[in-house]
Each structure stands twice: as structure tokens, then as C-alpha cells.
Design a protein around this ligand. Structure first.
Ligand SMILES: CC(=O)N[C@H]1[C@@H](OP(=O)(O)OP(=O)(O)OC[C@H]2O[C@@H](n3ccc(=O)[nH]c3=O)[C@H](O)[C@@H]2O)O[C@H](CO)[C@H](O)[C@@H]1O
Ligand SMILES: [Mn+2]
Length: 532
């Protein structure tokens, strides 16, 4: 119901519905029998575990981020072993500066003094790209293993201690494989979902409650109210809330705990940016200056006239204000691109795109964007801009969209489904499609209307999607949500370094929600004319 305010559920109800949604991402459920295991293989004290905290070891699965600098893994030992920090991070999910590894690394070093190099090599050559069935099971049972640096006061000093939380009742089998699997060829079998809760007993009941509420909502208010039921599904809590805060090169210190009603980080350590979890002024100051940020947008056919002017005008007011920005407008009709007054240090380039115009169906225009973007990233655009954001044109900015939205790779949570259970997410389920995800796969549902990252990350992403789209086309297939389905597959395999909350891409169709404080708004869906 447009304009209706929907409040967060009362606490008791959150508890009742705990396992329905966010909890399955592994944040809010107690994991029994957790204890520290140190690098020496013994049950550890906190000190031995790297000084993780002064209080008793937390009962929640917990991960610490790697030092943004690369910390222990960037040591001379690591280098001598021929393993770079970047390689390790890539092997462990292709992450940016923060990573957590759901691996069993405890005891991986020599007795008494495990070296970073050994651990790094182990990460590099074995899991998580070749997890055994036992490890996978262990993960779903909340064994969240983390690599924790120890003794890394100076990044030049090379010892790493490793500690993890493990369920001592069910230690995972050790991985036996030592074959190297390059991250770039990782298939879905190698990507690991956020752990699922062991306490699934209430799940069916909770689903029933939600179903009953849905039915009631239907009877009382008609269909639209059903959409709001997602609000009753807790998203889970960021386990890092009680840990050292994640840092991000663009955002300054983050405050994941500032928004306890929503999930503010992922299980692999990426922050989810919500209003209040960052300080916009600090973000603006901390962000590396003098970066050119590209904003790519396709405006083909009637979309150009209907949406582009308003989109650009509002981008001038809100998008990366004070920074160097280049708009890249892909269109077959550059002459019709509206002349919008641009601020200093901001320019607009028309990228003549004849190919897109050939496609009659709007879905084809949408899909061909991946290929076109990939080609452009290899050319002038890729040389000119350091970070890019690709957006749909049928929306406009209505609030600040600044440096906090930058990172190595950035995904946007889809507003309809950000609280939904993983199994219910509308991923491509036709196993023949390159975009297919198994019901146990996929972390979140991301939106193709906003994604971004460095040139290198986006080249990887776009080529992956473009290949998948081409393969599907050759087989006469089209994924359910076109390019968006492929984007979701890609982000499942190569986890994004940062997620933007739905506050960054909202629709008035959903109405107002208390938890949504700032917005990039979709234009009303009046597609009869532009798509006609
Ligand atoms: C908000 C959101 O979730 N958007 C996604 C959703 O799109 P939408 O349902 O919002 O699709 P859409 O019509 O906005 O098409 C995507 C974009 O392609 C461009 N365009 C499309 C057709 C055309 O004739 N001319 C033109 O310029 C334009 O930039 C448009 O914004 O699903 C699409 C694929 O199903 C894409 O994945 C979109 O990113
Ligand atoms: Mn759109």
C-alpha cells in the first residue's frame, strides 16, 4: 500500500520468526559447544586465540576481518612462499580488503609456531575451493571458522596465529585435496553459503505463522499488504557488532551496531551500508581523493526521452557531489541526449551504441548491457574512470549517494526480497541455464539496477555475465530475470566486497518503511509507452 508506514516487528515476534529469514544467514542463533581452538591445536585461552576479546568467547559464530593492509599475509614469509595477499583473498571468495574464511585452519602450522606462509598456502591450495562434504556439513551446522591474525603488530613481522571457533562436538573432516583451483574458474560447487542455523526446528511453524499472517493480511487489506510481511522476518545480526569494526577504504569507521533492526554485515565480512552505519562527512574525507568515478547508464529508444533528463539532473544534486564524475550515456541517439548543466569536475560522454538499438525487446536491451559494458571497460572508459557504477535510467536520486557506496565490488540488495529466506529468493532455477542456482545456493538477492566496483572487478563481472547470457541464448534459454539472474550468479561466486541496503534503491511501489531512511528512487513503472 503506497505511503503506508510499516514498523519493525515487536521483539517477541522477531523471536518467534527467528529462523524464517535472516537467521538462516547465521547470525542470530546460538551455536552450542563452541570453544576456541588455537593454532597449536589445543583448546585455547583467549590470549592464545589472538586476544579476541576480554569477555568469555562469544557464543555467536564470529569472524574478524583481515587487516585492510594485508597484515600477516603480506609478510616476507608469505612472499617467499610465493603467495600474495591478493591471491589468498581471491582464492578465499575473491574478496576485497575484508575477508573471513570459513575453513578449518586450526593446527595447520608446525607445532608451536605456525607460519603465515603455511596457512596462506593452505588456503591457496585447498579449501574453500575444494571443500569436502564433511566440511560443508560442518559449515551448515554453524562451524564458522575464521582466520585471525596474531602477533601482527608490525606487518613486516611474519608470524600468524590462527584461531577459530569450532563446534567441538563435530569437528569437520580435514580437506584432503591439495589441488589448486583458480578462483576465476570457481563453479558454484566451490562457493560456500553463509551458514544455516542448527535450530531449524521452529522453521515449519514459523512458515505457517507467516502464511497465516499473509492470509489474514489478504483478507483484511487486499493483496499489497502481503508484500510488507517481509518486514516481520528478522534479517539477523551482524556478528561483527561485538568485534573490531570493519574498516573500509572509502567509508571511514563503520558502526554496524547503529542499526540493530537490520543486518549490517555479511558472513564473509562485507559491510551492508545502511544510513547511520557510516558518517557521510568522514566518508567524504576518507575516500581516496582525485578518483574519477564513472556512472554508466543506458538510455535506448524511448527510455532516453522519458527518463534521462530527470536522472541526470538529480544525479548532479546527489551523486558523488564534490568528486570527479563522468557520466557515460549509452544510446543510439546521442543527439537527443539532454543538455544538463554540469558542476565543475563533472562531464558527460555519449557512448554511441548502435548494437543495442537493434534489439526490439526491452529485455534484450537490458541483457546486452553486460557485453557492451565489458567492451567499454576495455577502452577509454576503463582508462578514464577508476570506479564505476552501472545504473538503470528509470530512476532518480533523491538523497546523497556518496563515497560510502564505493568499494572494489558493490552489490545492491533487491528491495522486494532483502528479508526473505534464501530458498524463496527468485534466482534462476532452470538447471540448464548458466545463471542457475541451487536452492541451497545464493546469499542475497541483488539488483541489476545498481552495481559497481573497480574497473578490474567489473570487467570480471561483466564478462562472466555476458558469457552466461551468450551460452543461454545459444541454447534457446533466457533466465527468469535476464541479466539480473546472471549478476546474481556471478555475485554468488565472487562475493561482493560491499552491499548497499535497499535504502540506496527504493521504490514508492513498496511504500514507506520505518527502516528505509534515504532513497534512490525508482521511477513509477509506467512502461507501456517506453517499452511499447
Ligand atoms: C530495478 C531493477 O531491478 N532493474 C532490473 C529489472 O529491470 P526493470 O524491470 O526496471 O527493466 P528496465 O525496463 O528498467 O530495463 C533495464 C534498463 O535497460 C535500459 N533500457 C531498457 C530497455 C530499453 O528499451 N531501453 C533502455 O534504455 C534502461 O537503462 C533500463 O533502465 O530487470 C532487468 C532485467 O529483467 C534488469 O536486470 C534491471 O536492471
Ligand atoms: Mn529499471
Amino acid at each position: 500500500m503506497a505511503g503506508e508506514e510499516v514498523l519493525a516487528p515487536p521483539r517477541w515476534l522477531s523471536g518467534a520468526l527467528l529462523s524464517v529469514g535472516g537467521a538462516e544467514r547465521g547470525y542470530t542463533v546460538r551455536a552450542p559447544n563452541l570453544s576456541w581452538v588455537t593454532s597449536k591445536g589445543s583448546r585455547g585461552t583467549e590470549e592464545a586465540a589472538g586476544g579476541l576479546g576480554r569477555a568469555a568467547p562469544p557464543r555467536l559464530p564470529a569472524c574478524l576481518p583481515w587487516e585492510p593492509s594485508g597484515g600477516a599475509l603480506g609478510t616476507s614469509k608469505g612472499r617467499r612462499a610465493g603467495v600474495t595477499t591478493a591471491e589468498v583473498k581471491k582464492a578465499a571468495f575473491g574478496l576485497g580488503s575484508h575477508a573471513s574464511l570459513p575453513l578449518e585452519l586450526a593446527g595447520s602450522g608446525q607445532a608451536g609456531r605456525p607460519t603465515v606462509a603455511r596457512a596462506a598456502r593452505r588456503v591457496h591450495t585447498g579449501p574453500p575451493l575444494s571443500l569436502t562434504g564433511g566440511q560443508r556439513r560442518a559449515q551448515t551446522e554453524f562451524v564458522l571458522m575464521c582466520v585471525v591474525e596474531k602477533g601482527t603488530k608490525s606487518p613486516e613481522r611474519g608470524y600468524g596465529g590462527f584461531a577459530g571457533l569450532t563446534d567441538t562436538a563435530k569437528l569437520p573432516e580435514r580437506a584432503t585435496s591439495t589441488t589448486t583451483t583458480p578462483a576465476s574458474t570457481a563453479s558454484s560447487a566451490h562457493s560456500v553459503p553463509c551458514p544455516s542455523p542448527t535450530v531449524s526446528s521452529g522453521l515449519e511453524e514459523n512458515l505457517l505463522i507467516q502464511f497465516a499472517l499473509g492470509l489474514l493480511g489478504l483478507l483484511l487489506h487486499g493483496l499489497p499488504v502481503v508484500r510488507h510481511l517481509g518486514v516481520l522476518t528478522p534479517m539477523g545480526l551482524c556478528p561483527l557488532a561485538r568485534m573490531p569494526l570493519l574498516r573500509d577504504n572509502f567509508t571511514g569507521p563503520l558502526h554496524p551496531w547503529a542499526r540493530p533492526e537490520v543486518l549490517t554485515c555479511t558472513c564473509w565480512g562485507a559491510p551492508i551500508i545502511w544510513d547511520g552505519t557510516f558518517d557521510p562527512d568522514v566518508a567524504q574525507q576518507e575516500a581516496v581523493q582525485n578518483l574519477t568515478i564513472g556512472l554508466t547508464v543506458f538510455a535506448v529508444g524511448r527510455y532516453l526521452q522519458k527518463y534521462l533528463a530527470h536522472f541526470l539532473e538529480t544525479a548532479e544534486q546527489h551523486f558523488m557531489v564534490g568528486r570527479r564524475v563522468v557520466y557515460y550515456v549509452f544510446t543510439e541517439g546521442p543527439a537527443a541526449v539532454p543538455r544538463v548543466r554540469l558542476g565543475p569536475d563533472r562531464r558527460l560522454r555519449e557512448e554511441r551504441e548502435e548494437r543495442v538499438a537493434r534489439w526490439r525487446r526491452w529485455q534484450n536491451v537490458s541483457m546486452v548491457r553486460m557485453r557492451t559494458l565489458h567492451a567499454a571497460l576495455g577502452g577509454r572508459l576503463g582508462r578514464e574512470a577508476r570506479f564505476l557504477r552501472s545504473v538503470d535510467v528509470d530512476q532518480h536520486f533523491s538523497g546523497t549517494f556518496g563515497s560510502e557506496a564505493l568499494a572494489e565490488s558493490v552489490a545492491q540488495l533487491l528491495l522486494w526480497h532483502y528479508r526473505w529466506r534464501r530458498r524463496l529468493l527468485p534466482f534462476e532455477r532452470d538447471a540448464r541455464s548458466a545463471a542457475a542456482l541451487d536452492p541451497s545456493e545464493g546469499d542475497f538477492c541483488y539488483q541489476a539496477a545498481v552495481f559497481g566496483g573497480s574497473v578490474a572487478a567489473l570487467r570480471q563481472l561483466t564478462v562472466y555475465c555476458a558469457r552466461g547470457l551468450r551460452r543461454d541464448r545459444a541454447r534457446g534459454l533466457e533466465a527468469r530475470w535476464h541479466d539480473e539472474s546472471h549478476l546474481n550468479k556471478s555475485f554468488w561466486l565472487q562475493k561482493p566486497a560491499k552491499l548497499l541496503s535497499p535504502e540506496f534503491c527504493w521504490s514508492s511501489d513498496v511504500g514507506r518503511r520505518a527502516e528505509i531512511r534515504r532513497q534512490l528512487l525508482w521511477a513509477p513503472k509506467e512502461y507501456a509507452l517506453p517499452r511499447g
